[in-house]
Design a protein around this ligand. Structure first.
Ligand SMILES: C[S@@+](CC[C@H](N)C(=O)[O-])C[C@H]1O[C@@H](n2cnc3c(N)ncnc32)[C@H](O)[C@@H]1O
Ligand code: SF4
Length: 388
């Protein structure tokens, strides 16, 4: 298994399945509910066409990870997942054994489907568990209960070599003790990776309407910071330290795919509303596709792709993105790479100021990282460092 010491950023392939059985009230991802069955064969053919177009743009590459995200990819038939993975392997080089992750919702998994995904080449599952008590699952609008989540976890452990699951914390009224106990139980369920997200109020969600109407009382920033600190302490003590602001793993079990993003590697994004960032003609390109699934489908069938926008990044933009992504990591950023991207070093005076405030710290001679306190106010730290 590759370890965090292998710093090659890599080339990932992200495939976005944009459908969900219901829309969660906190979620602003590109996910859509359809009351008619989705024509998966037609969508799979469109994914293949868009992959072919991306291959023309990226040139021949060796893929380092594949991620089927959503939406709810576990609403796909195993044959659809197989068709998507085959299309990737037909267009780029896919070495044996690379990480292939599928996001699954506990309510949409069945044993047969899981076995089918495994046979299709999926070797890692990321389960959207979100909470380990029924009351909070109902509050979060989830379709599963704790018993179903536990069954899905067990099934995933039996079927896949690697398992991660997501929890959302800093829920209204959540005490430190309640969260510590829930987290402790989660770690005992023996996933090798956990994504632990603080609940955020996103634009355009039902929770935002409730929040604006004064009907949702969110934890204040001091309580949220306390919950964050507890999260770091409990996970570290139990052998799953944070390697990114919200992601925790046993050493060696970090998500290769997410590391591609945070280490500012390259990735292509395929499917409705997917983003990509890869080198084309020697420059880093951003691509993004049409979000509405049926419109994306029409575009792909007509033009061979659903890309509706993108740009070539300037050196400054690349350096800023590198900073934003890399400082989320516990390993921090390589200052020499920043200098190579930006064409100038990060201003020493600003590093020193942030260091004096206890928000960043050097790692060896060439790396810089956010301290645990800096992680809590990371947006401000990045803005300070990137300031002209
Ligand atoms: C796009 S979802 C995909 C996974 C899958 N559809 C599911 O919900 O189980 C990725 C994760 O983002 C997290 N998430 C989405 N919106 C959030 C929010 N407003 N606050 C905190 N976490 C959020 C959830 O933990 C979710 O599992
Ligand atoms: S959180 Fe997951 S299941 Fe819920 S709407 Fe978003 S993508 Fe769909």
């Amino acid at each position: 298994m590759t370890t965090l010491r292998d710093k090659t950023p890599g080339f990932g392939v992200y495939l976005h399945w944009p459908f969900c059985a219901a829309k969660c009230p906190y979620c602003d991802f590109n996910s859509h509910v359809r009351h008619q069955p989705v024509d998966q064969t037609r969508f799979a053919a469109a994914f293949r066409r868009e992959i072919a177009t991306m291959r023309e743009r990226s040139g021949p590459r060796e893929v380092t990870s594949i991620f089927l995200g959503g939406g709810t990819p576990s609403l796909m038939e195993p044959a659809t997942v197989g068709a998507l993975l085959d299309a990737v392997a037909d267009h780029w080089t896919v070495p044996n054994g690379i990480e292939v992750t599928l996001e699954a919702n506990p309510s949409s998994v069945e044993a047969d489907r899981f076995r089918g995904y495994r046979a299709a080449g999926v070797n890692r599952v990321s389960l959207g568990v979100q909470a380990l008590n029924d009351q909070d699952l109902r509050f979060l609008g989830r379709l599963h209960n704790v018993a179903e989540a536990l069954k899905a976890i067990e099934l995933a452990r039996e079927t896949f070599p690697r398992l991660s699951f997501d929890l959302i914390y800093a829920r209204p009224g959540q005490s430190v003790d309640a969260w510590s106990a829930e987290l402790d139980r989660a770690i005992g369920l023996a996933a090798d990776h956990l994504s632990l997200y603080q609940l955020t109020i996103e634009e355009g969600t039902r929770f935002q309407l409730l929040y604006d109407a004064g009907k949702l009382s969110m934890p204040d920033s001091d309580h949220a910071a306390l919950l964050y600190e507890i999260t770091q302490d409990v996970t570290a003590a139990r052998g799953l330290p944070a390697y990114e602001i919200s992601n925790h793993a046993r050493p060696g079990a970090e998500s290769r795919h997410n590391l591609v993003y945070w280490r500012y590697g390259e990735y292509v994004g395929v499917g409705p509303g997917a983003h990509g960032r890869f080198i084309e003609n020697g420059r880093r390109n951003v691509t993004f596709t049409e979000k509405m699934p049926e419109t994306w489908l029409d575009r792909v069938e007509t033009h061979g792709h659903g890309v509706i926008g993108g740009e070539v990044l300037t050196r400054e933009e690349e350096a800023d993105e590198f900073l934003i992504m890399g400082l989320r990591l516990t390993e921090g950023i390589d200052l020499t790479r920043y200098e190579a991207l930006a064409g100038h070093p990060l201003p020493l005076r600003r590093i020193t100021e942030l260091q004096d405030e206890g928000l960043v710290e050097p790692v060896g001679n060439t790396r810089l990282r956010a301290t645990p306190r800096g992680m809590i106010v990371l947006d401000a730290v990045v803005a300070d460092l990137a300031r002209e």
